[in-house]
Ligand binder design. Structure first.
Ligand SMILES: Nc1ncnc2c1ncn2[C@@H]1O[C@H](COP(=O)(O)OP(=O)(O)OP(=O)(O)O)[C@@H](O)[C@H]1O
Ligand SMILES: [Mg+2]
Length: 307
C-alpha cells in the first residue's frame, strides 16, 4: 500500500505546490514510484508548477464518471517514476464536492498502486480539505515565517485534530459531550480524560487515533533576517497547547527564481537545481526518506486512516 503524504497549511501561497513538486521530483529520482495528486479543491494549479501547462486528463473525468477508475486519469510527467493526477478544470464542481463523491475519491486515492502519493492541498481548513489531509496520519505543513501564515497553520492543526475526533466518535457520542461546550477545544490529552468519564468505551479509540498523528513542518520563503529557531519554536507551541507532537523538517530559502520558474511554467528544481532553495528542498526530501526507511520496519498499521 502507498505511503500517503498530504501537504497542507492554512495559508494560500505558502509554497505547498512548490514543495510537492520538489519532493515528488526527489522521490522519483531516488527510484520511488511517486504520484502527485492535485487535491487543491477549487484552485488546482500543480500541473503548471511542474511544467505541464495543458494536462490531457484531470480528476474531473473520474468525478463525472467519464472513466471507471481513478487510475485512468493519471498522466506521465516526462520524468521516470513520476506521475500526476491533475486537479479539476471546473473548480466549482470539486470545491463543492458532495460527501458521497468525496468518499469515492478518497477511497480511490487510498488504493492507488504507488510507493508514495503526495496530496497537494488548497489553502484554508474547510471540511473537504481536512478530510483529504486526514487520509493519512503523516501530514506535512508548509508555512512561511510570517505570523499570519504561522497562525493559519496552527489553526489548521487544531482543526485537523478536532475533525479526527469527529471521525472517530459517533454522532450519539458527540451529543453526550454537548454540555461541555468547549470539549474538542481542549488539548487532546485533556479531551481524552473527559471522554474517559463521559464516553469511556470510545476514549481508547480517540486516544489511539490522536497518538497516531505524525505531523511535520516545513518553513518556506525563509529570508536571511528570519530566526532559524522559529520552526522548532512552532513545534513546541503545538506540543504545549495541543499536546500533539510535530517534527520540524527544515527551512527552504526564499529565491526569486521560484517566481521566474512559475512564470515560465517550468519545474523550479529542474530549471534551477543548484540554487540554495532547491538544495534545501532536496535536503528536506532526503531527511523524510531516511526517516521513512528507518520507520518502515517498525511501523504499526495506521489507525483509522482508511476512509
Ligand atoms: N522559496 C520560495 N522563494 C521565492 N518565492 C516562492 C518560494 N516558494 C513559493 N514562492 C512564491 O509563492 C508562490 C506560491 O507558491 P505555491 O503555488 O507553491 O503556493 P501554494 O501554497 O501552493 O499556494 P495555494 O495555496 O494558492 O495553492 C510561487 O508562485 C512563488 O512566486
Ligand atoms: Mg498550491
Amino acid at each position: 500500500m502507498a505511503r500517503i503524504w498530504p501537504i497542507g497549511g492554512g495559508k494560500g501561497g505558502s509554497g505547498k505546490s512548490l514543495f510537492v513538486a520538489g519532493l515528488g521530483s526527489y522521490l522519483a529520482k531516488a527510484g520511488k514510484q511517486t504520484l502527485m495528486v492535485d487535491a487543491d479543491l477549487g484552485g488546482a494549479n500543480l500541473h503548471t508548477v511542474i511544467g505541464i501547462p495543458h494536462p490531457a486528463r484531470t480528476v474531473s473525468a473520474f468525478i463525472n464518471r467519464q472513466v471507471h477508475t481513478l487510475e485512468e486519469t493519471i498522466i506521465e510527467t516526462g520524468h521516470p517514476n513520476l506521475f500526476l493526477i491533475s486537479g479539476a478544470r471546473d473548480s466549482l464542481e470539486i470545491a463543492n464536492l458532495p460527501y458521497a463523491q468525496k468518499l469515492r475519491l478518497l477511497r480511490a486515492i487510498y488504493k492507488l498502486p504507488y510507493q508514495y502519493i503526495l496530496l497537494d492541498l488548497g489553502a484554508g481548513a474547510s471540511f473537504n480539505t481536512l478530510d483529504f489531509f486526514l487520509l493519512s496520519n503523516s501530514g506535512i505543513f508548509v508555512s512561511t515565517p510570517e505570523p499570519t501564515s504561522i497562525e493559519n497553520t496552527y489553526h489548521f492543526v487544531r482543526s485537523a485534530y478536532i475533525r479526527k475526533i469527529r471521525q472517530v466518535l459517533k454522532q450519539k457520542q458527540l451529543c453526550a459531550l454537548h454540555r461541555h461546550t468547549d470539549a474538542p477545544c481542549k488539548s487532546p490529552a485533556a479531551f481524552v480524560d473527559m471522554l474517559r468519564q463521559e464516553v469511556p468505551e470510545r476514549a481508547g479509540s480517540v486516544e489511539k487515533a490522536l497518538n497516531a498523528f505524525r505531523f511535520k513542518l516545513v518553513l518556506n520563503q525563509f529570508r536571511q533576517h528570519d530566526d532559524a529557531r522559529l520552526g522548532l519554536q512552532i513545534c513546541k507551541v503545538c506540543e504545549k497547547h495541543l499536546g500533539l507532537q510535530m517534527q520540524f523538517l527544515g527551512n527552504i530559502r526564499f529565491d526569486d527564481r521560484v517566481h521566474y520558474a512559475v512564470c515560465q511554467k517550468v519545474s523550479f528544481v529542474d530549471k534551477y537545481p543548484y540554487t540554495q532553495a532547491a538544495l534545501d528542498l532536496r535536503a528536506i526530501s532526503q531527511t523524510i526518506l531516511e526517516m521513512e526507511n528507518d520507520q518502515a520496519k517498525a511501523r504499526p498499521k495506521e489507525v483509522g486512516a482508511s476512509p
